[in-house]
Design a protein around this ligand. Structure first.
Ligand SMILES: C[S@@+](CC[C@H](N)C(=O)[O-])C[C@H]1O[C@@H](n2cnc3c(N)ncnc32)[C@H](O)[C@@H]1O
Length: 197
């Protein structure tokens, strides 16, 4: 069946296009919200080679790590899988793990695990702490991609605070763009922050 909208149907289609243009085999990539591992699978296939590339994955929930590790192990070669390091900690601690200026792409897909406990959602305070660290972990020319979900209460607050934070970033260092469907207010909102070369 032909897609209803031919350029891109969703924030995810657009994000995938941009991620694929940004990452090359051998790059370092971070998934700050691992969840069920779908984003990590897409990204690790782009970034990892058998002998180079590095992938860091963060999530506070054991359940997310178990599901994702199963998925990634089944889909990747053992040497690529061994290049992924999993961290069952809050992504506000990202700076303790990822070296400065090393990551080509850091991805936040905010919110909660679909079908699971909605109280275990990302929170604006820790997301902002994490984003502040991420600014110095990204390499020149690299990208931070954040998908916000304003359709639930905590997500709406998080989106508003992130937009306010991003709007103040120095334009000499950061090119910040925002993509949302203007006629679908509660749909996901994609924020993209590229660091200058
Ligand atoms: C929308 S899901 C991510 C979807 C995922 N990227 C995928 O491809 O399936 C959001 C995830 O963020 C996690 N999360 C919530 N608070 C977090 C925090 N402070 N640090 C890291 N992960 C967190 C949740 O446990 C949940 O798994």
């Amino acid at each position: 069946m032909r897609p209803k909208f031919s350029l891109f149907q969703s924030h995810l289609d657009l994000a995938h296009d941009l991620w694929a243009r940004c990452i090359f085999p051998g790059d370092t990539v971070v998934d700050a919200t691992l969840g069920n591992g779908y984003d990590s699978l897409f990204l690790s296939k782009l970034a990892l080679k058998d002998d180079s590339g590095k992938f860091y994955a963060f999530d506070i929930q054991k359940k997310a790590h178990i599901a994702s590790q199963e998925r990634l192990k089944a889909e990747l070669s053992p040497s690529k899988y061994s290049r992924i390091s999993f961290h069952e900690i809050c992504h506000s601690r990202i700076g303790e793990v990822v070296p400065a200026n090393s990551a080509k792409l850091i991805v936040y897909n905010l919110g909660y695990l679909p079908g699971e406990d909605k109280s275990l959602t990302t929170q604006s305070e820790s997301t902002l702490l994490s984003l502040t660290s991420s600014l110095s972990l990204i390499s020149p020319g690299g990208l931070i991609s954040i998908t916000c979900y304003p359709g639930h209460e905590a997500g709406l607050i998080e989106e508003e605070r992130l937009v306010a934070f991003c709007a103040e970033l120095d334009p000499k260092v950061w090119n910040v763009s925002s993509h949302r469907f203007l006629n679908r207010r509660l749909h996901p909102h994609l924020l993209l922050l590229q660091k200058a070369l």
